[in-house]
Design a protein around this ligand. Structure first.
Ligand SMILES: NCc1[nH]cc(CCC(=O)O)c1CC(=O)O
Length: 287
């Protein structure tokens, strides 16, 4: 991010210093995410630093951003999207399909767990928290036979080689906004917003706007396995959304295509559609 600012604005105007802020989501490692989750778990302390004026901009994985930002904070730029897919990691099996019956898959993501169970009802899913390195250590220690991690996260850490294989989006539809990085500022900070404007990637922004509208429509909480992915091709946006029961036994899928100008409306419509077909009982069960 700092390099991008300097590349666009030169070493003086584009100069930035880094402040690393640990959030509650990073700190609490001993509980399943779904049990203490809540909106903004990975952003609260950073939001506060922005609103106090300690920092001018915050760089987030958009996957971790709540659909509704706190009052006074605005998304100023979305960077070009990295790989959207999930990677499969296992010391013993080449792929999800190759896992032996009864194998144990570690993940703290309800979305991944539900899709693993959908493909492999015989597999046992166990909670697996911690940062990427911790999860890879647990895997090496044999706590689980396999785990899934965002390919974008592995790539950014220089750990691309740790992936045994990469799941197609048909096998494992990614989380809304997976692979996208968003930059948040105070809405009234015109100077920082102007600096960030040229860094925005409009195709990524359009795709995540559509995906986040789908999530917002379903009132997605950490307890609801939801996946969604939009792709922009010229003037057209194609969106696929999926909600599942945590055990993967029931799921509802939606696909919609339309003009990019309607990206947000398409996300909302897809959310309404899938909610209508799932019915209130399905969604109530999960909250
Ligand atoms: N929930 C944690 C999180 N938030 C963003 C990433 C990776 C980068 C991305 O998906 O954009 C990860 C790790 C993971 O899901 O494996």
């Amino acid at each position: 991010m700092r390099d991008r600012l300097a590349a666009h604005h030169g070493p003086d105007r584009g100069a930035a210093s880094l402040s690393v802020i640990t959030t509650s989501g990073d700190r609490i490692q001993d509980k399943p995410l779904a049990d203490f989750g809540g909106k903004g778990l990975f952003t609260k302390e950073i939001d506060e630093a922005l609103l106090r004026g300690d920092i001018a901009l915050a760089v987030h994985s958009m996957k971790d951003l709540p659909t509704q930002l706190p009052d006074g904070l605005c998304l100023a730029a979305v960077l070009p999207r990295a790989d959207v897919r999930d990677a499969f990691l296992s010391p013993s099996a080449a792929s999800l399909a190759a896992l032996p019956a009864g194998a144990v898959v570690g993940t703290s993501s309800l979305r991944r767990g539900a899709q693993v169970k959908r493909a492999r009802p015989d597999v046992r899913v166990v909670d697996f928290r911690g940062n990427v390195q911790t999860r890879m250590r647990k895997l090496a220690e044999g706590v689980a036979d396999a785990t899934l991690l965002a390919k974008a996260g592995l790539d950014r850490l220089g750990l691309a080689d740790a992936a045994t294989s990469v799941l197609s989006v048909d096998e494992m539809l990614p989380a809304v906004a997976q692979g996208a990085i968003g930059v948040v500022t105070r809405c009234d900070d015109d100077e920082t917003r102007a600096l960030l404007q040229p860094l925005n990637d409009s195709a990524t922004e359009t795709a995540v706007t559509c995906e986040r509208a789908f999530l917002a429509e379903l009132d997605g909480s950490c307890r609801t396995p939801i996946a969604g992915l939009a792709a922009v091709e010229g003037d057209t946006i194609r969106f696929r959304g999926l909600i599942l029961s945590p055990d993967g036994a029931e799921w509802h899928e939606v696909e919609m295509t339309g003009p990019v100008a309607e990206a947000e409306a398409i996300g909302h419509r897809a959310g309404e559609d899938v909610r209508g077909r799932a019915g209130p009982a399905f969604l109530d069960k999960m909250t």
